[in-house]
Design a protein around this ligand. Structure first.
Ligand code: ZN
Length: 63
């Protein structure tokens, strides 16, 4: 698997449940590719931050 394909699976995995084969391929690549491991960590962190700091109704920002 190439990094580009893996990156796609990583972002997909945050939006939907991957199939068992997709998961296997992704983890197999992640164990030998530190770039994609970092990419996954950053993406997860980013999602978490967006979730925590952007209010869903947007009203919490008004004074
Ligand atoms: Zn990679």
């Amino acid at each position: 698997m190439r990094c580009r394909q893996c990156a796609r699976l990583i972002s997909d995995s945050l939006d939907r449940n991957l199939g068992i084969m997709e998961k296997c391929k992704m983890f197999a690549h992640l164990t030998c590719c530190s770039d994609c491991t970092h990419f996954r960590d950053n993406l997860k962190l980013l999602r978490k931050l967006v979730h925590e700091y952007v209010p869903s109704d947007g009203r919490q920002n008004t004074p």
